[in-house]
Design a protein around this ligand. Sequence first.
Ligand code: ZN
Length: 463
Amino acid sequence: MASVANNGVGAAPRIVIENAAIATVDALDTEYTRGHVVIAGNIIESVGEGPAPMWLENVARRINAEGHLVTPGLVNTHHHFYQWITRGVAQDDILFDWLVALYPTWSRIDDKLVHAASQGSAAALLKSGCTTASDHHYVFPQGGGDILGASIEAVSELGMRFTALRGSMSRGKSDGGLPPDHAVEKTEDILLASEAAVDRWHDASFGSMLHVAIAPCSPFSVTTELMKEAAELARRKGVRLHTHGSETAEEEQFCKELFGMGPTDYFESVGWLGEDVWMAHCVHMNDSDIRKFAETGTGVAHCPSSNARLAAGIARVPDMMAAGVPVGLGVDGTASNESGELGTELRNALLINRLHGRPDALTARQTLRLGTMGGARVLGRQAEIGSVEVGKLADLALWKVDGIMHSSIADPVAALVMGALPPLSLLLVNGRPVVEHGHLTTVNEDRIAKACADAAKELASRG
Ligand SMILES: [Zn+2]
């Protein structure tokens, strides 16, 4: 049993979880068949086999977790929260056609609609076991109000740990880009707004509930000048960089025509490979691209459902992992993954990667690691979250695996990753219960559902 001495957290109220199977996802993949986790305040104080220590004081809640699996909370590394109110549109298109179909609608959003959509997206994540999410927001129409602030407020009300990405588009159609000119911003405005967002919201302290990163949208919607200046700004401010990369064959073709090289070589040429960078998708990567990502520590957000929905292809995740590339999982925006659940993405990642023709392409435990520690590393938070270890933040999921859908699967990790998504009995973020018995504890779910339906109707009517 691992435990920590009383170092100041001893006075905090404790939550004791006992009699659970535990997959810690620590460096040794330690698992306990019938163990305990003790949480003091927002910190994991003890984890191990058998019951919790008898001497514990100030126990606010003791949970008999018989029939449950405890895992680290899942970490989502790529999303576009605002898309919750434009789901089920352009159902049979590839990426470029899908984007062109949706840009006009997206360019009419505002802060009020983004607040509703962000609560829908965050609720779907929380209810599927996700405790930390990032949201890549890149549409800022003139007169749209405080859009980034609206998403931050929406997530904070639900109690999720968050990385808000100040995204952007600066290459409109007349500059050879894909988005319409009226949907893009000026480079100078983007840089000023990005810096202001970092100054206003980024909290780099241990246990922070809110990070900010800088995230120009993609090679086909952003100028080279902005890519270079965004990298310079992020490094000056000490925050991370994110964008879409190597998502489709069409994007590769676009880069070759416009820049005379493929996406990874282009990112290298603008200073966008490094430990402080992660990219969504990375489906079309050759051996040299993967080597460059591994050598520089550039991270990847693997989004299997979205890649399948848009017929983009299958990312070479097993090859990336073998090369040492940091890889996490992402839902991607819900206009290209209508489910919006991260928990089900575990199963999708395992299954889709086996379509490479390799039965061991991803094991159940490697997949759980992608969805937890892998994501934590991609977001630069591996010292704080991603595993059930003493001294880390108390972001935990308690999955019920003794019900009809799972009770005959002997291995609880296989039950979670390969079976149906188990009922979520409890989700703790920073030691605080935010989901109990499958439902949000913070905001009324019916109210979120109604607000999202109204927001979707309102946005559609603006056409
Ligand atoms: Zn995306």
